[in-house]
Design a protein around this ligand. Sequence first.
Ligand SMILES: Nc1ncnc2c1ncn2[C@@H]1O[C@H](COP(=O)(O)OP(=O)(O)O)[C@@H](O)[C@H]1O
Ligand SMILES: [Mg+2]
Length: 239
Amino acid sequence: MLSGHDIRKTYGAFVALGGVSISVEGGEILGVAGPNGAGKTTLFDVLTGRVKPDSGTVTLDGADVTREGAFKRARRGLARTFQAPLVPSSLTVGETLEVARIAFAPRVDKAEEARLRDLTNFTAPDGKIAGALDTLDRRKLLLCCVLLHGPRVLLLDEPCSGLLADEIGEIEDVIRRLVAETGMAVCVVEHRLEILEALAKRVLVLDAGEEIALGSPQDVFNDPKVRAAYFEAPAGASA
Ligand SMILES: Nc1ncnc2c1ncn2[C@@H]1O[C@H](COP(=O)(O)OP(=O)(O)O)[C@@H](O)[C@H]1O
Ligand SMILES: [Mg+2]
């Protein structure tokens, strides 16, 4: 459904992505893991058209979209959420959802909004100021906003960050339900491997802009390269 082939992105002399490939199919939840600074968000930025790669190709449903802007890719059914759950601080929940509905042509009706609130278990009242929501509800609101556009591929950047253990379980349930009900392809960035173990059948692990492992959560968790990237101090660091 969505794939990136040999993606390279540098910032000056710094290599953020050194030739990374990724692919995710409909009905699949693919995990993307790796320590801080590994290049996970940059990979999402390139896949969605927010950042232009130095080289490599991105295909969506078989079409080469490497040179297409983010808006066009969104039109083709590609959606993402961001690490930081930024919501409009002065709009209400209802207004925020309405903006997402009417920003899309043809406009999405209110019934679909209600269906998605149900699917995501998002129960905050329409009249509540979005900026006053807690992290879980902010994440659910933003998820509803992107789901209103009926994406077929959904990229979630650290959807569980800032959440408590039972809230993480709730988001995991929502993600699984989404995939089961819509058959969409979902890619989840998360550095905690135990969360991906509960969600994904395949996990791609990045470190310093390179793929260091790809396989089942159990396999990558036991991979010496992954353990080194996660648990060993970087070269040159002293205790
Ligand atoms: N716009 C930018 N300019 C310079 N460096 C950047 C930029 N964006 C990301 N980087 C660097 O690229 C590396 C990977 O970042 P990122 O993809 O956000 O990592 P992750 O999401 O895995 O924590 C980091 O070292 C980060 O500082
Ligand atoms: Mg990140």
